[in-house]
Design a binder for this molecule. Sequence first.
Ligand code: GEK
Length: 263
Amino acid sequence: MSQRDDFSHENASGDTLSRDKLFSQPLADIAGFTFDDKVVEVFPDMIRRSVPGYETIVAMTGALAERYAVTGSRCYDLGCSLGASTLAMRNNIGKRDCTIIAIDNSPAMAERCQQVVAAHAPATTLTHPASVDIRIGDVRDIEINNASMVVMNFTLQFIPLPDRLALLENIYRGLLPGGVLVLSEKIAFSDTHLNALMIDLHHAFKRANGYSELEVSQKRSALENVLTPETLDTHRERLRDVGFSEVDVWFQCFNFASLLAIK
Ligand code: GEK
């Protein structure tokens, strides 16, 4: 293995990804996980090696944009991080005149997202690519309107439980009839054995991707009170209560799933 392989690798777009080693050394005090500068630096590598199906979900977010983005409407990327879903949408919206609004409450993330999106030229065939408006802000405060598509890829899980219903109601109100919400989440299972099995399989996935036992356990502690997964039944029921007419899972791998909810 070359020295470079130890620290970084390239993704399919040729971008260099810094290797996530944030939890590789024993930490005396494991503070709650925050999306700070250090996380931003390693984020693409971290999420790819930690979330089974992440790359598929992002790519299919693009495929869904091709189908659902309507000329003259807005597409939202809530909790955009470094803009992976935003770029997937922009590359698939084609020449339709749409605005993508990407928002993240971590200034470090939103600022880097700005640079990432500027650095990725839209696909060459697009003469009028969708414009992208990147904002620093809380998804609970954003006004949503004229939306044909709203994406929340692994963000609702970080919102306090009592605030989740109001956020989904706000999204529903802002969607155009026939508009779609793509909701991707880490999930829990009501059956204790199945829940433990899925957590175990997820940890095996992380170890197979090069994380040590120590990294897996320290990251788990850091996320303990920060990320709260819910069951698929809870997600489905709440989305229906909010008013979505069609709700179903389109992707699942272990305890990670993505749902479509259509207004
Ligand atoms: C991707 N969707 O690459 N308001 C705004 N942003 C928030 C809030 C909030 N209240 N809470 C958390 N975030 C991305 C991946 S990561 C998922 C999303 C993960 C932001 C937070 O700053 C982070 O950037 C993002 O939500 C979650 O497809 O790291 O597991």
